[in-house]
Design a protein around this ligand. Structure first.
Ligand code: SF4
Length: 453
C-alpha cells in the first residue's frame, strides 16, 4: 500500500479555534491522511490562525511565513483567514486561504493540492475524533458565531451570527468524550448563555429523553455524566443566574467565566454591553449567596476610546468590591473593522498599557488574598503533568491554560489524568502548592496507632 500523504498542522488562537483544528484533524485522519509532526515530513501544512488582536495577527502571519520557509506548501484557515487580502498581501505564495469554522473549504483545498488516498480501512477513527488536548480533558463546542455586536469585537463579522448545535448532538459528543477518558468537559462557544436562542430552544433527544436546547438544561444534562463540567464565555444575561443553583448542588463546577469588560455604565454602553458595575456587583453577591464556593473569572478592557481617569477608577473600585478570583485584562486594541475605532477620544498606546498594568497590579493583590483563604484546606485536584516525583494539577477553580495551577510535591505515583486530594500549604497570586492530603491522613493515622497501648 502506498504511504499515506502527510499533512502538517499548526493550531493558533483560542479554544474555539482549537476545536476547529480538532475537526479538521479528525476529517484528515478519517480520510486516510497522516499527520506529520515536522515541516520536512509533511506534503503540505495547514495553519489555523487567530486574528483577534494585532499581536495575534502578527503571530499568525509569522507562523505562515515560517511554514512557507520550512515546507513551501501552505493552506491558511481560521480567523485571520477571514481577512484573505492581509494574508495574500504578506504571503502571496500560500496555496489557499479560508475563514474560520470552514471545515469543508479546508478539505476542498487539501484535496486539490494533496489528493485523498484510496484506502477504506484508514477511515477508522475513534468516535470522539482527534483531540489536541490531553486525554483527561476536552473542549465541547456548543455553538458557533454570536448575535451581539460589541463595538470592540469583529468576531460576528468573522464567524457570523449564532448557530447552536442541537442538544442531542452535543450530549452524544460529550458522552463519547467521557467514554474516551475525558474527566473534565470545558463548554465553549462565543456566547454560552445564548445557547439555543437561534433554535428557539428546540427539543431534541438524548438517550430517548427529550431535552431543550437551553444553557440550564444542557448544564444539568452534562452534570449527569459524572465528570467536571466547566462553563466558559458566559455572557452576563440575567438568565445565567439559573445555572448557579446547579453549581451549588455540585452538578457542574462552581466556576463561571463571565466577561464583564468594564464597570462604568457609560463605557459599557459605548461597548454595547449590558448592565453596569453596580448591577454586576448585586449579581455577584447573589451568586455567592447561593454558591459560596463559586470561582468567578472575568476579563476587562482598559483604555477603551474616551475612557476618563474617573471611569477607569470606577473599574478599579468595582474590582476591589467584586473580589473576583481570576481576571484577565487587555489594553484596548483597535482591531481593524471594529466600530469602537470610530469613537472619539482614542487613548495613546502608553496610557492604555499603563491602565492595563494598574488594573493587573491591583488584581494580583486581590487574587493573592482570595487564594490565601485556601491555605490549610484539602482540595480535589485533577493531575495534568507528573515528573520526577512532582506533579502539577488543577482544582475546580482552575481552567487549563488561563488560570493558575496546583503544584504537588513528593507524589511519585501520580500520573496525568489522576484525581487526588491536596492539602494546600502555600499560595501566591496565581498558584497553590501543597502535599497529598491522603498521605497526611495516613501519617496521622499511623502516628495515632503508634501511641496506642
Ligand atoms: S459577545 Fe463576545 S463574540 Fe459576541 S460580539 Fe461581544 S465580544 Fe464579540
Amino acid at each position: 500500500m502506498a504511504a499515506a500523504p502527510k499533512v502538517g498542522f499548526i493550531s493558533l488562537g483560542c479554544p474555539k479555534a482549537l476545536v476547529d483544528s480538532e475537526g479538521i484533524l479528525t476529517r484528515l485522519r478519517a480520510e486516510g491522511y497522516a499527520i506529520s509532526p515536522s515541516y520536512d515530513g509533511a506534503d503540505l501544512v495547514v495553519v489555523n490562525t487567530c486574528g483577534f488582536i494585532e499581536s495575534a495577527v502578527q503571530e499568525s502571519l509569522g507562523a505562515i511565513g515560517e511554514a512557507l520557509a520550512e515546507n513551501g506548501r501552505v493552506i491558511v484557515t481560521g480567523c485571520l483567514g477571514a481577512k484573505g487580502e492581509v494574508v495574500r498581501e504578506t504571503h502571496p505564495k500560500v496555496l489557499a486561504v479560508t475563514g474560520p469554522h470552514a471545515l469543508e473549504e479546508v478539505m476542498t483545498a487539501v484535496h486539490e493540492h494533496l489528493p485523498k488516498p484510496h484506502d477504506p480501512f484508514t477511515d477508522l477513527v475513534p468516535p470522539q475524533g482527534i483531540k489536541l488536548t490531553p486525554r483527561h480533558y476536552a473542549y465541547l463546542k456548543i455553538s458557533e458565531g454570536c448575535n451581539h455586536r460589541c463595538t470592540f469585537c469583529i468576531i460576528p463579522s468573522l464567524r457570523g451570527d449564532l448557530v447552536s448545535r442541537p442538544i442531542g448532538e452535543v450530549m452524544r459528543e460529550a458522552e463519547n468524550l467521557v467514554k474516551a477518558g475525558a474527566k473534565e468537559l470545558l463548554v465553549i462557544s462565543q456566547d454560552t448563555s445564548a445557547y439555543g436562542v437561534d433554535l428557539k430552544y428546540r427539543t431534541d433527544f438524548w438517550g430517548g429523553r427529550p431535552l431543550k436546547a437551553r444553557v440550564g438544561d444542557l448544564a444539568a444534562a452534562l452534570g449527569e455524566l459524572g465528570v467536571w463540567v466547566r462553563l466558559h464565555y458566559v455572557y452576563p444575561y440575567p438568565h445565567v443566574d439559573e445555572v448557579i443553583p446547579l453549581m451549588a448542588e455540585g452538578k457542574v463546577l462552581p466556576y463561571i467565566d463571565v466577561p464583564f469588560q468594564h464597570a462604568s455604565r457609560r463605557i459599557l454602553k459605548l461597548m454595547k454591553r449590558p448592565a453596569s458595575g453596580e448591577d454586576n456587583l448585586g449579581r455577584i453577591r447573589a451568586w455567592r449567596g447561593i454558591c459560596p464556593d463559586i470561582t468567578i473569572r472575568s476579563t476587562f478592557i482598559a483604555g477603551f476610546p474616551g475612557e476618563t481617569e474617573d471611569e477607569f477608577r470606577e473599574l478599579l473600585d468595582f474590582l476591589e468590591q467584586a473580589e473576583l478570583d481570576r481576571v484577565g485584562c487587555f489594553a484596548y486594541s483597535p482591531v481593524q473593522g471594529a466600530k469602537a475605532n470610530e469613537l472619539p477620544g482614542a487613548l495613546s498606546n502608553e496610557l492604555r498599557e499603563e491602565r492595563r498594568e494598574r488594573l493587573m497590579h491591583l488584581q494580583e493583590k486581590i487574587s493573592a488574598r482570595r487564594l490565601k483563604r485556601k491555605l490549610g484546606k484539602t482540595i480535589k485536584v485533577l493531575v495534568d503533568e507528573a515528573k520526577a516525583g512532582r506533579a502539577v494539577g488543577r482544582s475546580a477553580a482552575d481552567a487549563p491554560e488561563i488560570d493558575g495551577v496546583v503544584h504537588i510535591e513528593d507524589c511519585p505515583r501520580l500520573k496525568p489524568g489522576d484525581w487526588t486530594q491536596v492539602k494546600v500549604l502555600r499560595s501566591d497570586a496565581h498558584d497553590l502548592w501543597g502535599e497529598l492530603g491522603i498521605r497526611q491522613t495516613r501519617l496521622r493515622a499511623s502516628a495515632a496507632s503508634e501511641r496506642q497501648p
